[in-house]
Design a protein around this ligand. Structure first.
Ligand code: PEP
Length: 265
C-alpha cells in the first residue's frame, strides 16, 4: 500500500536529544541553557530534551518560556503506589514532561524490556497525556538474516496493541537500528528511508491514510551534523532522536539547523 504524500507538509521537523545516563544537575542546566540560547532564533521545529530523571526539574525551569519541550527517558506503567524505584506518568507530568521515550533499545537489550512491557508503557504515557516517543529497530543479526522489516512490524504491532486510533495518532515513532546506536555507524539514508516508508505503510494499512501521512517518524543511530542533511533529505525521515551528539550544544543545534534547512517551511 502506498501512502498519499499531500499531508507530508503537515509534519513538523522533530529533534529530540536523549542524554541517557549523563549530566549532573549543574551540567544539565548548563547544556539546556546553551541549547535554549543557540536555538532561540530557530523556528519550525519541535525540539525536545530528555535528561536523566534527576535533572528533569532543573531543566524544566531552564527551558521555561522557550519553545523547547521536556521529555523523560522512561516511564512505569502503574499510576502510583508501592513500586520502589519506578516513576509514573503523573510524576513525569508533575515535573513538566510532555514527552517520554518508550522502548529504547538500551532498555530492551540491557534491562530486558519486552514488547508486553513496552505496550503497557505506551498506554501509561497516553493515559497521562504524555506523548510517547516509541523506539523500535532491528539488531545486526536480524538485519543480516533479512529480518529487518519482520522485526519492525512485530515491534510496532505489539507496542500498539489495543491502543485506539486517536491515541496512535499522538505517538512519535523512532526507527533506531540497534547496530547504529552509539556505534558511530549510521544507517544509510536509503536504509533509513526503506524502514521509515515501511512503518508509514503499516500505519496506513492499520489506521488509515490520513494518520499515516501525518505520523512523525524519527531516525536514530549515530546522527551527527555531518550525516544529518543526507538523512533528512529522505522523504519519510521527519526528524531525529539523537544520543551522543545531543550532549554537546554545538553539535545538537547544528543537527537541528540541518533538519530545518532540509525540511523546514
Ligand atoms: C539514542 O540513544 O537514541 C541514539 C540514537 O544514540 P546515538 O545518537 O548516540 O547513536
Amino acid at each position: 500500500m502506498e501512502v498519499k504524500e499531500e499531508k507530508a507538509g503537515l509534519r513538523v521537523p522533530f529533534i529530540a536529544g536523549n542524554w541517557k545516563m549523563n549530566k549532573t544537575i549543574a551540567e544539565a542546566k548548563k547544556l539546556a541553557a546553551e541549547i535554549t540560547k543557540s536555538a532561540f532564533n530557530l523556528e519550525g521545529a519541535e525540539i525536545v530534551l530528555c535528561p536523566p530523571f534527576t535533572a528533569l526539574y532543573e531543566v524544566a525551569k531552564t527551558i521555561e518560556g522557550s519553545s523547547i519541550q521536556l521529555g523523560a527517558q522512561d516511564i512505569f506503567w502503574e499510576n502510583g503506589g508501592a513500586f520502589t524505584g519506578e516513576i509514573s506518568g503523573s510524576l513525569l507530568r508533575d515535573v513538566g514532561c510532555q514527552y517520554v521515550i518508550v522502548g529504547h533499545s538500551e532498555r530492551r537489550q540491557i534491562i530486558g524490556e519486552n514488547d508486553w512491557i513496552i505496550n503497557r508503557k505506551v498506554k501509561a504515557a497516553l493515559r497521562n497525556q504524555l506523548l510517547p516517543i516509541l523506539c523500535l529497530g532491528e539488531t545486526l543479526e536480524e538485519r543480516q538474516k533479512g529480518l529487518t522489516l519482520t522485526r519492525i512490524k512485530a515491534q510496532l504491532d505489539e507496542a500498539l496493541k489495543d491502543v485506539n486510533q486517536d491515541d496512535v495518532s499522538k505517538i512519535i515513532i523512532a526507527y533506531e537500528p540497534v547496530w547504529a546506536i552509539g556505534t558511530g555507524v549510521n544507517a544509510t539514508p536509503a536504509q533509513a528511508q526503506e524502514a521509515h516508508h515501511y512503518i508509514r505503510m503499516l500505519l496506513a494499512e492499520k489506521y488509515g491514510q490520513e494518520l499515516a501521512a501525518c505520523a512523525i517518524i524519527l531516525y536514530g543511530g549515530s546522527v551527527k551534523p555531518e550525516n544529518a542533511s543526507s538523512l533528512a533529505k529522505e522523504a519519510d525521515v521527519d526528524g531525529f532522536l539523537v544520543g551522543g551528539a545531543s550532549l554537546d550544544h554545538v553539535s545538537f543545534v547544528k543537527i537541528i539547523e540541518k533538519m530545518i534547512e532540509v525540511k523546514g517551511k
